[in-house]
Design a protein around this ligand. Sequence first.
Ligand code: CUA
Length: 314
Amino acid sequence: MQPEVARPFFMLPSADSTLSADVDGLFLFVTYLSIFFFTIIVAGMAWFVFQYRDRPGRPKVKQVSHSTVLEVTWSVIPTILVIFIFIWGVKGFMDMAVAPRGAVEVQVTGKKWQWEFDSPDFGKSLNELVVEVDKPVKLILSAEDVLHSFYVPDFRVKMDAVPGRYTTLWFQATKVGEHQVFCTEYCGTGHSAMLAKVVVLSAEDYAKRKAESQSTGEISAASGEKLYSSKNCKACHSIDGARVVGPSFKALWDKDESLADGSTVKVDENYLRESILDPNAKIVATYPPAMPPYKGLLKDHEIGSLIAYIKSLQ
Ligand code: CUA
């Protein structure tokens, strides 16, 4: 799926949006400029230390306290350079701040610990944003609980998602493929697992995917297994019995589960369905009430497939 990575510089990620070139240009200019001045300053310093060291038989060098020519030079040149960097930066900032007219608008909600997208073409989805190549997309970000930050390195865009207010970000992907999204604001124990993908499709595949998303799927353990990854159940539920954030799915089916209120419940279809849609209704003993409700995020056949998958893990 991932196309060959075209890196503008060894330490930069692949550059895959219309904003990348300008961001990289300014970043590299500042980097090379710093390397240039670092080199001449350190080399000059080393040379003076060596050349004018204290030696027997040599007169002491007179202290120089002032040189108008030198001081004007080392004030004017950096000032011009900094103004140049400032103008370049403002231009880039304005380009990134204002989305082009006609951009597809997607609502993004950050919550512990996942990204929820609501796009006009696909409805709600978790941790996967599907966009069309060469089309501008505007994200309207917010957060449900604490500060998060939406970062796509390949696109060179990053914006905080703040509870109680909206922030925006836009990009236009230039290459078909998958791009990693990171949360870059520390938001709790699941912060490092708060990952998502931006999937960039060709116009043709995008139209196909759109048609598919409007049809209903069938129920199977195999599609449940895919959902386990794509809906990020795996961030909190293991399938090998290991304790992560929530109970493992291994041998969960048909078990008598002890709840936090001291009662027990049989793990069957109704219990699993309720626990997916409204996880706080019954909290398993010794586990934190950490799962967000999936009501409105999963279709019926997807819930059925997840239950079929959990059943298959006996
Ligand atoms: Cu969300 Cu870190």
